[in-house]
Structures are given as structure tokens and as C-alpha cells.
Design a protein around this ligand. Structure first.
Ligand SMILES: [Zn+2]
Length: 95
């Protein structure tokens, strides 16, 4: 199952904090113009929930969340026609 968080910071941050151990967060820029995006992170990467950053689902980006990395990768390829980049910090540079 994939959850879409669009202009929904409260529910997004609640999901991330509930799934630090088993969740994945896919970051998509609305304009679909950022190189290497969409990108997927593990939910415990501070980059996707730090209160110093904010605007996770507002502004230029939306988030798709799942406990299944496969589900997000399949979505990216079938719906966005784009391979999903794995964050090097979360998955290691060899991924
Ligand atoms: Zn990451």
C-alpha cells in the first residue's frame, strides 16, 4: 500500500514517526524537473522529517510513503515512467 501526502504535513510527519523502522519515503518534485528525482529514503533519514527543514508536502514537493520499497519502485516506473533513485545515505553508495 502506498500513501500519498500532498499538502498534509501533520499526517505525513505522523506516518514517518510511526514507521521509522520499516517505512520508506519517496520524494517527488511537482515539476518533475529535478535531476535524480524521484528519490526514496528510509523513514529514519532525518532529511525527510527534520523540523529544521519543513515544507515536506507543501511547496515544490509531495511525498509517497510505504513500508514496501518494491511498491514505491513499481509505482515510480509504471506511473511516473521514471526509475526511483535510492538515497545514497540511506541505502549505501553501492545501491
Ligand atoms: Zn536518505
Amino acid at each position: 500500500m502506498i500513501l500519498v501526502f500532498d499538502n498534509d504535513e501533520t499526517d505525513y510527519l505522523a506516518w514517518v514517526s510511526a514507521h521509522k523502522r520499516d517505512g520508506y519515503v519517496m520524494n517527488i518534485d511537482r515539476a518533475r524537473s529535478v535531476k535524480n528525482y524521484p528519490m526514496v529514503h528510509a523513514a529514519d533519514h532525518g532529511l525527510v522529517s527534520s523540523d529544521k527543514i519543513g515544507n515536506f508536502t507543501t511547496g515544490d514537493y509531495i511525498k509517497l510513503c510505504s513500508t514496501s520499497l518494491d511498491a514505491l519502485e513499481n509505482f515510480s516506473e509504471s506511473m511516473l515512467r521514471s526509475s526511483l533513485t535510492r538515497c545514497a545515505h540511506c541505502f549505501g553508495s553501492a545501491a
